[in-house]
Design a protein around this ligand. Sequence first.
Ligand code: SAH
Ligand code: SF4
Length: 359
Amino acid sequence: MSPAQHDIAELEPAELETLLAANGCEPFHARQIFRWIYRYGVTDFGRMTDLSRSLRQQLHDQFVIHTPRIVSDETSSDGTRKLALEFTDGRRIESVFIPDTPSMTFCVSTQVGCAMGCGFCLTGKMGLVRNLTAGEIAGQVRVLAAATGLLDHPFNIVLMGMGEPLHNYEQTMKALRILHSEHGLAVSPRRVTLSTVGIVPGLERLAREPLMPNLAISLHATTDAQRTALVPPNKRYPLASILETCRRFPLKRRNRITFEYVMLDGINDSSEDARRLVRLLSGIKSKVNLIPLNPAPGIPYDRPSDERVNRFAQILADRHITVSVRKSRGRDIRAACGQLIVEGGSRKTAAQQMALLFR
Ligand code: SAH
Ligand code: SF4
């Protein structure tokens, strides 16, 4: 791509209109192009047949539309599908399709790797390689929707793949605006869930967003000492600050904040932890999603027995907290939560990361 060539996949509708206007085009051309890219999955200007031949040629000469390239596509015995996608610089991430939960769900990455360093997460072991751009984040959805035949069907998006979305705030929110466009995939923010370790300034910004996704907080512990050991950013943004921000978070009627809680055997799964969790959540419209650990080599924790998980869940349920236990999907292809890591994709660094893992 020459420096003068814009990547249209990086643009929101209004930006595309402005760019095209500067090139002598009309606003409706932007809408047409958006429709081709997002509704029909067409990125070759030559095939945008409702544009004049001369306009198609002009677009072809001046612009590009980058789409993440599928480098592998695996399907789990439970139907979960994991795609490894490569961007123009050769970096790779993973995106996951989870069918029938009960909706169709795409689990999307926001960064290559992650800087947060949670002790139970493989992505955390990679460190942060780079942020994804808005076009790369939205591009994953485009590719997943096309690969699963869902371009014109409703689906949910969970920002629970690789990376911490609030650590890549601008690009993540821009991706949501691109995906929301009525001329494109028209994804309602109600169908999007943003999962975060709780970076308080990011949460405060999110509270003021016009397009606000559902919120999931990765809590995982009930004391600061315990949480800082598992989720290092807790040092900077301790439990009380996160929960206070959640208490003030503007929620639509009937909407609730999900608290995710990875269960680690003998670490954070006692009855006392459960009771403390109930106290922490008082006054917050919440529900709890328990995630029994997906174990992996290099992760120094174990998955608790179903009995321990159920006892924990029962304590919450007895105190009127809505609780669910996340079924791990796609574990046989390492597509389950916290199992996303790209081997070899980020070249030297990934090799180093893998070495780290198996130390
Ligand atoms: N960075 C964001 C979103 C990506 S992680 C966040 O942490 O919220 C998505 C979810 O997967 C988080 O709740 C995370 O804690 C969970 N997770 C990470 N590693 C896991 C593992 N090994 N087993 C089970 N869940 C894990
Ligand atoms: Fe990053 Fe989320 Fe993994 Fe923590 S759990 S290291 S925040 S991806």
